[in-house]
Design a binder for this molecule. Structure first.
Ligand code: LLP
Length: 421
């Protein structure tokens, strides 16, 4: 459930009509619901209530400082994958001991930043990275807490570009080599092994691949303990999928996921960390855009809107589906048209949906792409010199711009023409 509902025929974010925000900030824009973010975080937190746990929000999904502050105030930790994300988490007030550092290519500068600023753990993904972290920690006279990310060779049965737990993927170390790699880590005085990390992919709509991976982690915990390692923390990654199409069957709920986690791993005496991103932020956001033109093609009706692939790249990049709804609710039984909904960028890939059934729309009408709160604004670019679009947060009957649209002067001033040109 989210908080984007029609009230008196107008699509609202909580108690604010989206059209009112459009009139105030202009289109296109992202709008997030604080109540939905809160609800989704709590679902995970409550799903693991039976075990010692920390929900580390995967902030790559949506890293606006206001979103981070809201979640941090609820007790969330953060999963960061870059020095930039680490800085954002700290700027939002997240203490270092609630930040885990993931990612396959952490640089020495990033390691130093986190070791100096405070860090809960590094999820290390390779032996060269282990050696580098050991060097950096020793140079700072400290010890880096680590888990090793294992690749369990489980097919997450999700989109090719977001599956990460098969042996052909670049992530983690093969689980078959785990004992060797942990022995290596234990020999490095700048590292302290505290647990195991696993993440098999994103937008999983079935619990079975998670369970297969977690069962392997349970076995590995026993083996590594027998080898003399301290395994007191299990980081289980993120990946639980969300309903992108209201017409499809719903994926498992956080409560189902949490029950499975506790069944498979609950009696190992380990602290459990999870790193959900999409489920917390995805359906907590919409992108609102205006129809610029209705263009009658030879075989198609095109709705040309003022948002484009640079603002929301998921359809172009993954063929992703986003439900599209008009801000003015369609009358019951209203005739529908099959529209191709496209942006203004000069690429055929700049297509949000093909032959989508919607009530009749005209230039000037406003529509919303649902499920755009995760991997939307964060993946945006200024392609075609289109300014990044604003982000707005709603809570009850109030709203605030949490990232303003840049001015063209700001955009131009970032470039420099050398004096010798
Ligand atoms: N932990 C790690 C180590 C990850 O790599 C990811 C996502 C997550 C947690 C969070 O997964 P989530 O709960 O959000 O599924 N841009 C793509 C998604 C990329 C996901 C990358 N890693 C998309 O728009 O679908």
């Amino acid at each position: 459930m989210d908080h984007f509902l029609y009230k008196s025929g107008q699509l609202h974010a909580e108690d604010v009509p989206l059209a009112e925000i459009a009139a105030s900030v202009g289109t296109p824009f992202y709008c997030y619901s604080a109540a939905t973010l809160t609800r989704h975080f709590r679902l995970f937190d409550e799903a693991l209530a039976g075990v010692d746990h920390l929900v580390c929000y995967a902030m790559k999904a949506n890293s606006n400082l206001a979103v981070l502050k809201l979640l941090a105030d609820l007790g969330a930790g953060m999963d960061v994958v870059s020095g930039g994300e680490y800085r954002r988490a700290r700027a939002a007030g997240v203490p270092g001991e609630r930040i885990v550092f993931s990612g396959v290519g952490k640089t020495r500068d990033e390691m130093r930043l986190a070791l100096e600023g405070g860090i809960r753990q590094f999820n290390v993904e390779s032996e060269p990275e282990m050696e580098a972290l050991n060097d950096v920690a020793l140079a700072l006279g400290t010890v880096a807490p680590i888990t090793v990310r294992v690749n369990p060779d489980v097919d997450a049965k999700t989109h090719e570009k977001i599956a990460t737990g098969r042996k052909e993927d670049k992530f983690g170390i093969p689980i078959s080599r785990a004992r060797e790699v942990y022995a290596h880590a234990a020999r490095l005085p700048g590292l302290k092994v505290i647990g195991i990390d696993v993440h098999i992919g994103s937008q999983l709509t079935d619990l079975a691949p998670f369970e297969a991976a977690y069962a392997k982690v349970a076995d590995l915990t026993a083996q590594l303990r027998a080898d003399g390692h301290e395994i007191s923390r299990l980081d289980l990654g993120g990946g639980l999928g969300i309903p992108y199409e209201r017409s499809n069957a719903d994926p498992p709920l956080p409560s189902d996921y949490g029950a499975m986690v506790q069944r498979v791993l609950g009696d190992l005496g380990c602290e459990i960390e999870i790193e959900p991103g999409r489920l917390i932020a995805g359906n907590a956001g919409v992108l609102v855009t205006e129809v610029i033109y209705l263009k009658e093609g030879e075989e198609r009706e095109f709705l040309i809107v003022d948002a484009a692939m640079n603002d929301l790249v998921r359809p172009a990049m993954y063929g992703a589906h986003h439900d599209i709804v008009p801000l003015d609710e369609a009358a019951p039984g209203a005739e529908t048209h099959l529209y191709d909904i496209v942006g203004p960028v000069c690429e055929s890939g700049d297509t949000f949906a093909k032959r989508r059934a919607l009530s009749a729309l005209a230039a000037g009408d406003l529509i919303a792409f649902r499920s755009a709160g995760a991997y939307g604004a964060v993946m945006a670019s200024e392609y075609n010199s289109r300014p990044l679009i604003p982000e707005v947060l709603v809570s009850g009957d109030q709203f605030a711009v949490i990232r303003a649209r840049p001015t063209f002067d700001e955009m131009l001033n970032r470039d420099t023409i050398p004096e010798w040109l």
